[in-house]
Design a binder for this molecule. Sequence first.
Ligand code: FES
Length: 974
Amino acid sequence: MSRGEIQTITLTINGAEKTLTVHPSETLLDALRRASYTGVKHGCKTGDCGACTVLLDGQPVHSCMIRATEAEGHEVTTIEALAAGGQLHLIQQAFIETGAIQCGYCTPAKILVTKALLDRNPDPTEREIREALSGNLCRCTGYVKTVQAVQRAAAMLRGEEVEPFTPVEATLGPGRSPTDVVERYYHMAEDEAPLPPLLLSPPEMEPLRVVGKGVPKVDGVKLAAGRPVFTDDIKLEGMLYGALLTSPHAHARIKRIDASRARALPGVHVVLTYKDIPRVKYASGGQSYPQPPPYDQVVLDNKMRHEGDRVAVVAAETPELARRALRLIEVEYEVLPHVLDPQEAMQDGAPVIHDEPDTESIYDAQHNIVHHIEAEGGDREVQWAKADYVFEREYRTSRQQHAHIEPHVCITYWDEDDRLVVRSSTQVPFHIRRMLAPLIGLPEKRIRVIKPRIGGGFGNKQELVLEDLCALLTIATGRPVRMEYTRRQEFTSSRSRHPQIMRYKVGVTKDMEVVATELYLIGDTGAYGTHGLTVQMVGGQKGLTLYNAPYSRFVCDVVYTNKPPAGAFRGYGATQCFFGIETIMSEIADEMGWDVVEFKRKNWIKIGEELLLSKALGEGREGFEQVIRSSGLEECVQVGLEAMDWYNKRGNEAWRQKDATTRRGIGMAVMLHGSGVAGLDMASATIKMNDDGSFNLLVGATDLGTGSDTILAQMAAEVLGVPVEDIIVYSSDTDFTPFDKGAYASSTTYISGGAVRKAALDVADQIKEHAALMLGLESAEGLVLRDRKIIIPDGRELTLAQVALSSLHQQNQHQIIASASHMSYESPPPFGAQFVEVAVDTETGQVTVERVLMVVDAGRVVNPITASGQVEGGLAQAVGFAHCEEMVYDANGHLVNPRLGPYHIYKANEMPRIEVIFVQTEEPTGPFGAKSVAEIPMDGIAPAMADAIHDATGVWIREVPFTPERVWRALRAA
Ligand code: FES
């Protein structure tokens, strides 16, 4: 900003009078962050997300929507005020204790809104709480625990005693029917606020000491306090601001580009176009080496393949200057014919999206088919011959955006050793380092990637999207550079869920047996291949193995279109394919007059069975043979049926008719997922003992709000006989933590947890050996680690601190430390059952989701609070996928809803009742019996909703989301 424009304002911030120098058009958000109030977050700058909420004279305001000058003379409160003196406010405590914090990016704002609410209303109803929070979007939690946190905080502030927030536990097994358990523990919550998660265990399951407990998140305090823990919360001396110019056209070639006026603007340090950067081919999906081909991208190109494609990048002294420079870049485009529909893209004569000669391994570039996949298992002739009935249906899904509240953001700088440091909000720091090196011309050893806290990712941060541009700007200028996607760019330039067209063909006998299943899938990968191959393979594998027909066949075309590239998104193809397979199964049951639960039960995969397509369909390559070793699916379904009162509602005409025009329905779906990529995912962990008997746990695993740091600490604490607070977790930094493939594929609990357990066992052995040496024992046999001590069979004890001090300073001096790696050729599936109740307005087509229940078998649940948070948040995203979220394009390929508001993710006051029950099993290959839980919640809501809408109206709708228009048309057509 020029000096003449600067204005000085005086206001009160957190009780102290402050003078700020601001530009007249500067928002209060930018002014506060510039003044180092980094607890004020930003997610959209359009007033939609609420992450920037502060209190202005005690009232919540979105600080991105008011100018700083408007705050002159007023009192501003930010999150930094609440933990004055280092003591957390009771509201912050309540958010930590209830597990209301996942990624924590939205948390400071929600805590401030809560404070304002409770200041004026000490005893709000749930409805009032949800209304108060309706301006604050959260993409992680489903708002369940947020409401519980506010209720708990209110009680604490009223001076009431509150019970510890723990899961409700019960035993399920011989002599305990689901009815008993559900009646006693579950129905009591029917008209009350939701209970903490219900944890049902088999009688033979031994409780553990730390694993299985709902301990608070290890990063909860810093997130609740709004400390500067995210990528963008640091400012470096001399930092420049990067900005990205993107294509306004869906398909175009740059005829002329002239950046001279932009370069001449004072304060602009560099402008890079395709002319300035070597043409190095790559694929942006953050996957293990070697990444699946084709390498169909370059950092900057002269051809644009979608609206939002990269044109040029600048670095300037301020964000405003950088934006101004973008406007001065002159680009003349040759606009090319475009194709948006994948079926049209495969036709002869369709515009060829990748006509460049240097991209190899495209299956059929002339028809825009990037991959063609075929896999089958079983005897086709024999099994189809057994089928008495054959059903064929087509299902379609749309493009969903991740909508994590923290945008992609990256800061790069040279360190004192001339190594490039990349501080990035990424799920895959180690992949980023490897992929980045050839693009920026540096060897890997000169690159360090740091992953701070991440404000959500859901797969979208499993891509290299900004790090290369930011790094090249630092290399060009020698200065630190910050780059961030605008919210619009999140929609047009990042990634999304693959839209799919699924044609299922299922053969059944008159005895309800599924004998053959075929799936032809068209996956729309958008402009680039990135995760196109692996997402569809996972979708086919999951979609065809739940019922594991003796003959299964998968054929798939992955197709380029002139839309933004699709990528990894929680569910990873399974979400789409379960919509198809579960809906056609429900349709078959309906048409045949079979009980849908009986039909599915007869055919779903069971313990001891081999997943018939797991070898043929790995992830981007051939997989490995897999057998089901644990499954709680039967119990999940039984418990769910009881909890929902299924048989009293399903088909009950009196219950269905809610009012003159509204019909109720209830539906269900079952599902499985995986736990990591078999034979590929690898993780490692290092544990080091300190003088006081505490431990550093160093992991490359990437906690993006999932709570993985916490559950990994629990596993280490379990083995080492200490409380979680004695485990100091550090994740992740390519210089200081061992390799981990990153956070994706539901692998962290199973794979990274396996590494932590192995490292902890090694450290425990070293401690015992040293204790034996100290006590003159011949062997360490029989020594036990418990309560921060080593307990000797003869009754003597040593503290861990004594052993640590001895090993470091006195006897046989050495560092007690161990590293371990873990991978697995198995990917044991978690199982689940999802139930949905809907109300359908038959005049308008409006569907209201009234109740959602998921009963899930995730093996032994390591932390029921964080795990249930994962499920609740996944269910909220799944409801959005099924109900309302859709990226809509006009005929020219322009996205018409590139904002969080019009795109519409669920708000707190729109959420249905959401409940979670765990049915625990012991997975023999998992650490402590654990399987994954992060992605499976995405998988069954869409087919359960289709089933429920059919129950209500008698109409099957085979395309999601179930928007009012789509439902209305289907009802009219019927
Ligand atoms: Fe709310 Fe992540 S916890 S956005």
